[in-house]
Write a protein that binds this ligand. Structure first.
Ligand code: SAM
Length: 330
């Protein structure tokens, strides 16, 4: 499936719930979540129908996200059902890792191999603060467990925030010295109505790379090492076991490589992370649409994909997307 700008769209991110067991200050609305009703959320069978239709159209990769995907009951069975869909080659997960220690083996057995874990501080008190109550030890135990079980690659997502975790950059880097983890610094995006102030807390990846480069010899890694690396620019410390990725949607737009669509938990296809334009699939699905109708709707979403998001480097603080990340899934 090519869009109007000749980008091949082969990646679907699927949010299976808007519920989360954490309250990250850069992700959730400051006035609290207004949760979707049970009937508003797509059933697993409905998601599987969308995914299998999309797979016939050329989607080969699916990432399960949320909210926190591991809080939805039946997630392991759902992964199992996805792994039987013809044409899907890659099923991965983005999680905060809190429930990972108990679910890692089951997810692996269900066919999942790749995992991204969000962890924005290595300091237990700071972690609890930024996540609104999370326990860092649970996440660390989850990371150990996915390593033991054999997941690869294991990617650790860090949203970089000035005045919060900029003094931990080198501690994160040290995680890659002896373990094959890929840590990924993600630029804080100004979305929704979150508690953190983007103006004072946005930190460009250019600065992070400079700090790391002053302390360690950095070597550029071939970005195609894992085809799944997507927009990350990847380095490693010379002689280190792991890698360091930089995801820089604001300082270095990567829209020209965009290959993805996003399905929200309530069945809307988002055409661009930073735009609130969406195509509803849930209504037509529940009104008995045919597979041909579904294909047409997915095609409509693809043709509407913009060339790029329109937040420029000079105006990184301007808010374009009013939807919170927690209800899109990242
Ligand atoms: N609960 C899961 C987790 O914590 O990974 C999945 C959902 S979360 C919305 C997906 C990713 O989006 C996480 O890595 C999170 O750090 C990132 N994220 C959330 N809000 C963000 C923001 N404003 N800017 C950049 N990344 C953000």
């Amino acid at each position: 499936m090519l869009d109007r700008y000749d980008r091949e769209i082969n990646y679907l991110r699927v949010s299976i719930t808007d519920r989360c067991n954490l309250r990250c200050k850069y992700c959730m609305p400051k006035e609290g979540l207004s949760l979707l009703g049970h009937d508003d959320i797509l059933k697993y069978e409905e998601i599987a129908r969308i995914v299998s239709t999309a797979a016939k159209m050329g989607i080969t990769k699916v990432r399960i996200t949320g909210g926190e995907p591991l809080v939805r009951r039946g997630v392991v069975g759902f992964v199992n059902s996805l792994s039987t869909i013809e044409g899907l080659r890659d099923i991965s997960l983005t999680t905060n890792g809190i429930l990972l220690e108990e679910l890692a083996e089951k997810l692996f057995a269900a066919g999942m191999r790749r995992i991204n874990i969000s962890m924005d501080s290595l300091n237990p008190e700071k972690y609890t603060h930024i996540t609104g109550g999370g326990n860092l030890n649970k996440v660390l135990a989850g990371i150990e467990e996915v390593h033991r079980v054999g997941f690869s690659p294991i990617k650790i997502n860090i949203v970089a925030m000035k005045g919060f975790n900029d003094n931990e950059i080198l501690d994160f880097v040290k995680l890659t010295l002896h373990k094959p983890y890929q840590i990924r610094f993600i630029e804080f995006m100004n979305m929704g109505n979150v508690a953190l102030d983007h103006r004072t807390q946005y930190l460009s990846n250019m600065i992070i790379k400079e700090i790391i480069g002053r302390n360690y010899p950095l070597a550029l890694v071939n970005n195609n090492k894992y085809k799944s690396d997507g927009p990350a620019e990847i380095y490693r410390i010379v002689d280190g076991a792991g890698e360091i990725g930089f995801i820089s949607p604001l300082s270095h737009k990567f829209c020209h490589t965009c290959n993805r669509l996003r399905l929200t938990a309530d069945g809307r296809l988002r055409i661009c992370l930073l735009s609130d334009e969406e195509v509803d699939l849930k209504g037509p699905l529940r009104n008995g649409c045919t597979d041909a109708d579904l294909i047409e709707l997915i095609e409509t979403a693809i043709t509407q994909k913009p060339l790029q998001h329109d937040i420029s480097c000079e105006e990184t603080h301007r808010k374009k997307c009013m939807t919170d990340m927690s209800s899109i899934g990242g």
